[in-house]
Design a protein around this ligand. Sequence first.
Ligand SMILES: [Zn+2]
Length: 133
Amino acid sequence: MKNNNSQKNQKLRNDIILAVVIVFIAAAGLLLFVLTKQEGSTVAVKIDGVVTDTYPLSENREVSIKTGENDENINILTIKDGKASISEADCPDKICVETRAVSFVGETIVCLPHKIVIEITNEKTDDQIDVAV
Ligand SMILES: [Zn+2]
């Protein structure tokens, strides 16, 4: 009886250790994700999967992106205060306009009807030296 009890306790202890380890791994993963989330420096405009233009995030500007056979599709890309967004578009779903402004590397705004993807990247120029992590 005594043996049985201590086995149960042992099992319970193992379960607790396992749970703590899982929580710890999850927390470490989250921390890593937050730490590696990087402010982007460049906005890449992809039309039909091809990068057609890149703009620095540091300069405020408005760009009209025209697609379609007769440039009939229009999206207005707005870069303001280090963030990029689509401020206007004549696509039917307007999902790109409703997407919040992006500024971190890897974040995208997609306009499916116009086959446009706006992606934040971090293209380095010569005067930006990569800091080793
Ligand atoms: Zn759209």
